[in-house]
Write a protein that binds this ligand. Sequence first.
Ligand code: AMP
Length: 315
Amino acid sequence: MPITVVGSIAYDTVKTPFGQRERMLGGAAVHFALAASFFEDVRVVGPVGEDFGEEQLAVMRRRGVDVSDIERIAGGRTFFWQGEYGWDLNSRETLDTQLGVFEGFTPKLSELSRSSDVLFLANIQPDLQRDVRAQFPAARFVALDSMNLWIDIARDSLVAAIEGVDCVILNDAELRQLTGRPNLVSAAREVLSWGELRGPSVIVAKQGEYGAALVTREGFFALPAYPLETVIDPTGAGDTFAGGFVGYIAAHPHEELDDGLLRRAMAHATVLASFNVEEFGTERIERLAGSEVVARIKELHAMTQFSGAPLALRG
Ligand code: AMP
């Protein structure tokens, strides 16, 4: 099933203990689209400024991503984000955010983009997420990401947006902040109770280098991150994870959204994210081959198995 993603298309300036890059291609929608393109057709919706280069569009086109709904705003500047990581790559400091063309942006969706069965609402203003969601009344699977900024300044709108989707993908800290519950499982269970008619049925809590957990009404599943010896830049890992997760689900339209499918989606998401962090920005994913993903899935599978019946313990 084709996927439409709405979210930021950005220039990112990033510094980590291992190097830095100025104004490289980034943005939540871009990282998501590149990852999801390994599974399905992807259409990106979002604004860029006059400063956005043809070469950056070509990066997405080369992976077959449909960029015809990327709107170039005359006289505008592309969204810009600057961040810095210390030795603990799980925490980062945002040094600058310039909304540029995102200020006053209203998404314009073509007939084709609106015909997608799967929708990903990347991290943007929750009112915009709701507006876009309403344009997909017949979508079969809708997922949403957000961030602490919107929990701080637009919580009510974010809760309403969450009530209208099937799947919520958040960092563990954001899930705690959103619900005011310190325990991850109970925080996820609370979000599962939102929404009178449909509401979310799948919650994914991303835990950075510690992996990710999946909570549904029926059960729980968790995977560690794929163990890497070298991590260069975690920027976009969360969106790449979401692209792997949603992409895998979209590629299996005839399967029930059951535990088995969701667990396999978690594995693919984990592996895609592991490649993303090996180099700066989109550099690694741009030249990633599907066969490399498959090989790493097999390794992750082997690493997370254990066998044997539990011992009869004393006491
Ligand atoms: P992640 O590391 O997965 O959280 O995603 C980082 C990406 O999100 C970067 O490429 C940024 O361009 C983008 N980003 C950062 N802040 C925002 C924001 N306030 N709104 C939308 N996108 C953002």
